[in-house]
Design a binder for this molecule. Structure first.
Ligand code: PLP
Length: 400
């Protein structure tokens, strides 16, 4: 018996592969600050659990495959508040944004189709796309340019007869890059001119800082309705990753129908969590602003500590809760191993995500790491101090 060729070629998630070394370090009494995973520490709004506790049904039934009608209404109102006219029939509830991505990919890609994606990108795109045999064509972005890629020439030169879609993620995981409204419109325009789907993963929508405004490709969808497909989720916005509620939003009738085939086959998204999610979409604007400010402050702390470290390359990111840093090391994975096996500062060390797995192009991203600033301010300060000291120790061992 053999597993599929497709899965044989997949590497372990760059985030999970250090787990055994984490366990070993912890056994030695080392405290580890986890900057490696995008699991927010912010409390899930209490009303979420309370709404679930108040559930009166006696049988926990399947819900309609498209989603709980009450939740669809609430999401429609949320989008309206942000200047977007989506109807409930344009919203399809999924098991997290993850299932939304898979349902969309399965709906639009044939074996051998190409999808243009700025790299570095959310690493799971690679796994999901490989199910359907779609090939990633990366738009190369660079630490030195703050991972900017919103450029017509850069994108258009990658389009071939096989290109089916452009997939973007703003605010970005892992770079924190945020597209401007003009860049979003440019990408939609390119999509329409070349008859491409534009898949916009907006799961970090509210987490924008400085002069960046909360926005969406959906705001500019007029004239591009058939091109645009939005992926959204409650995981990060409401710190509810375990609820597994996400959504696909589009006005493209054929895509909706195809996605619905998938959703009907998997029957239902989680029922109680959809009940709880109704509460989340009733939260006032102050909730979003408070969370946004929390992350902005953390971003400021992390960034100001990072730029004190000699020889790192890091432009201040304007969104999400990630910072990608180019380190003065040859191989960030080897450096992570050193931090877990051979280094501690006062019995403490850190984990981060080496960026190799966020790239499609072989050899790119080896020197980069992603820091998820999902810990409190004190831990971020300590963690970045440990990173600085770890780099010094690594350099002394001439392992750079
Ligand atoms: C860019 C991006 N898209 C989608 C997801 C999937 O999120 P979920 O399935 O929890 O909604 C994540 C999770 O980290 C992400 O970072």
């Amino acid at each position: 018996m053999e597993i599929s060729e497709r899965m044989k070629s997949m590497e372990f998630s760059p985030i999970r592969k250090f787990y055994p070394y984490q366990v070993e370090a912890e056994k030695r009494g080392i405290k580890i600050y986890n900057f490696n995973i995008g699991q927010p520490d912010i409390e899930t709004p209490k009303g979420f659990m309370e709404r679930i506790k108040g559930y009166k049904g006696e049988v926990l039934e399947y819900l309609p495959s498209q989603g709980l009608p009450e939740l669809l209404e609430k999401i429609k109102a949320y989008y309206k508040k942000h200047g977007m006219d989506y109807e409930t029939r344009d919203i399809l509830i999924t098991n997290g944004g993850s299932e939304g991505l898979m349902a969309v990919f399965s709906s639009i890609f044939n074996e051998g189709d190409e999808v243009i994606i700025p790299e570095p990108f959310y690493t799971n795109y690679k796994i999901f796309l490989s199910y359907f045999g779609a090939k990633i064509v990366p738009i190369k972005s660079h630490a030195e340019e703050g991972y900017h890629y919103g450029d017509r020439e850069k994108i258009e030169k990658l389009i071939t007869g096989k290109t089916k879609a452009i997939l973007v993620n703003s605010p970005s995981n892992p770079t924190g890059n945020v597209l401007t409204k003009e860049e979003m419109e440019l990408i939609l325009e390119i999509g329409r001119e070349h008859s491409l789907y534009v898949i916009s993963d907006e799961v970090y929508r509210e987490f924008v800082y400085d002069d960046a405004k909360v926005s969406s490709f959906g705001v500019s969808q007029k004239g591009y309705e058939d091109n645009l497909i939005i992926i959204d989720s409650i995981s990060k916005r409401f710190s509810a990753c375990g609820a597994r509620i996400g959504m696909v939003i589009t006005k493209n009738e054929a895509v909706k129908e195809a996605v619905m085939h998938m959703l009907q086959a998997r029957l239902s998204a989680p029922a109680l969590e959809q009940v709880g999610a109704c509460f989340l979409y009733e939260l006032p604007d102050e909730y979003y602003e408070e969370v946004r400010k929390t992350y902005e402050k953390r971003r400021d702390i992390a960034y100001s500590e990072i730029i004190k470290i000699p020889d790192v390359i890091c432009k201040k990111p304007r969104g999400s809760f990630y910072i990608t840093i180019k380190l003065p090391v040859k191989d960030a994975e080897a450096f992570q191993m050193f931090m877990l096996k051979d280094f501690d500062y006062n019995k403490e060390t850190i984990m981060f995500a080496p960026c190799k797995g966020f790239y499609e192009t072989k050899g790119r991203g080896l020197r980069e790491i992603r820091i998820a600033y999902v810990l409190n301010e004190e831990s971020i300060k300590k963690g970045m101090e440990i990173l600085r000291r770890g780099l010094l120790a690594y350099k002394e061992r001439k392992e750079v």
